[in-house]
Design a binder for this molecule. Sequence first.
Ligand SMILES: *[C@@H]1O[C@H](CO)[C@@H](O)[C@H](O)[C@H]1NC(C)=O
Ligand SMILES: *[C@@H]1O[C@H](CO)[C@@H](O)[C@H](O)[C@H]1NC(C)=O
Ligand SMILES: *[C@@H]1O[C@H](CO)[C@@H](O)[C@H](O)[C@H]1NC(C)=O
Ligand SMILES: [Zn+2]
Length: 458
Amino acid sequence: MSLLFAIVLSCVFVTSQIAAEGSEVVSYAGFQVWKIKPNSEEDRQFVLNIKDTYELELWNERKTARDPLDVLVPPQSQTKLKLRLAEHKIFYDVVISDLQTAIDKQKINVNSNTSNSKAAYNMDWITYHRLIDIYNFMIYLNTTYPKLVQLTKIGTSYENRPLYVLRISNSSLPGTRPAIWIDGGFHAREWISPAVATYIIQQLVEVPANANLLSNVDWYIMPVVNPDGYEYSHTTDRMWRKTRSVSSTSSCRGVDPNRNFGYKWGGLGASPSTCDETYRGPKAFSEPETLAMSNFITGKSSQIKLYLTLHSYGQYALVPYGYDVVYPPDYNEMLALANDAASKFVKYKYTVGNSAALLYAASGGSDDWAKSIGIKYSYTFELPDRGTYGFMLPSSEILPVCKDFFPALNVFATKVATCCGAVTTTTAKPQVTTTTTKPQPTTTTSKGTTTKCSCACG
Ligand SMILES: *[C@@H]1O[C@H](CO)[C@@H](O)[C@H](O)[C@H]1NC(C)=O
Ligand SMILES: *[C@@H]1O[C@H](CO)[C@@H](O)[C@H](O)[C@H]1NC(C)=O
Ligand SMILES: *[C@@H]1O[C@H](CO)[C@@H](O)[C@H](O)[C@H]1NC(C)=O
Ligand SMILES: [Zn+2]
């Protein structure tokens, strides 16, 4: 009875139109994004407590009391919320006054012809692109640069889209050198993430000036981990976050892929409720996307030395663990490298630290899992901005964000190459040599022979 009432109510306020494919396009006309500024922990809790009453959706939650909360406010709640906040003397700014207008603006030129008419592919970094452009771009690179690029289909998504990983290696023996993994597009609405991941691919493959980044390191890049969600965020609901799998117990679809990994799965900050944005799924790796990705990485876990996953937004470089405020034994080394990388950023400054301490505990994340299988350096980067546009980052910002980010890769590649040395494909575990004096870095020979890890990277 009350559920029916709620459905009727929401239909009154969320107007929809029929999309070409016949699915309902979700309209955010009249929805606003408010940056609420609590004065104390009490204020912060107050806002979190009235969240459900006013059907608020938290876009970006920070942990410390006085950090602002970015909140999506539906039209029917705006007057009431304004009064409630005024009663408590809590200030706020309206950062997006009409979300639908922002969505329409951001979508201008999606999938249009690239500005560069000479380009061999319909991909650029001045507009956001549909999945077909991203996939055709990767297929083009695979065909055009067979010595450098290898595109592998590692599985299929719930809705049967291919899951692609692109390897970039100029080694005559790929797989024998330490590697860096980069992924994007976990969360569908975080469009800047696949944009940055594809930019990295383009720069590594097509720009000769970046050849030094390939001299000692292989790269595995998966720009769209959640292709079903990504397409759905283009066609139907711009604010979609999760996968698109159907639940056997609920009409709510999708699992949060970044709560679905098999390390500390089901702990803090990962909802058991199917309708929640942070739904962890019925079990660890329930989603074909997270399962395929984890199987692929596990198969290369002796080679992959650094795991980097790109999300948005907030400008954070986050160091595991995220499942709780818990620090790995080598946390300081991980933190130091993150700080080095973040020091390269000029236009957008990132806050560096432990994810559970800086933001909130979230279990079942891919970064924790990567660390748990022995990948020494594991990071989540929350790309720009800090909430001026949030997920609605204008397309004019794509290239500046990409260009600002790219130099950090040199820090990672240098570290992995000098610290981790060459990798053997044998099953034997490399011996960790304990020395009383400072271990000397051993030089890697071009033949890919085993070298000792001067900083115990293995
Ligand atoms: C791009 O432009 C060409 C020539 O103007 C046109 O034939 C083609 O259909 C366009 N492609 C898209 C995806 O708009
Ligand atoms: C990439 O190219 C190789 C040939 O160089 C081909 O065998 C392979 O199927 C291609 N990968 C994909 C996913 O199309
Ligand atoms: C890979 O790139 C490095 C750096 O440019 C270069 O020194 C090396 O010869 C290249 N190797 C191959 C097999 O092309
Ligand atoms: Zn995310």
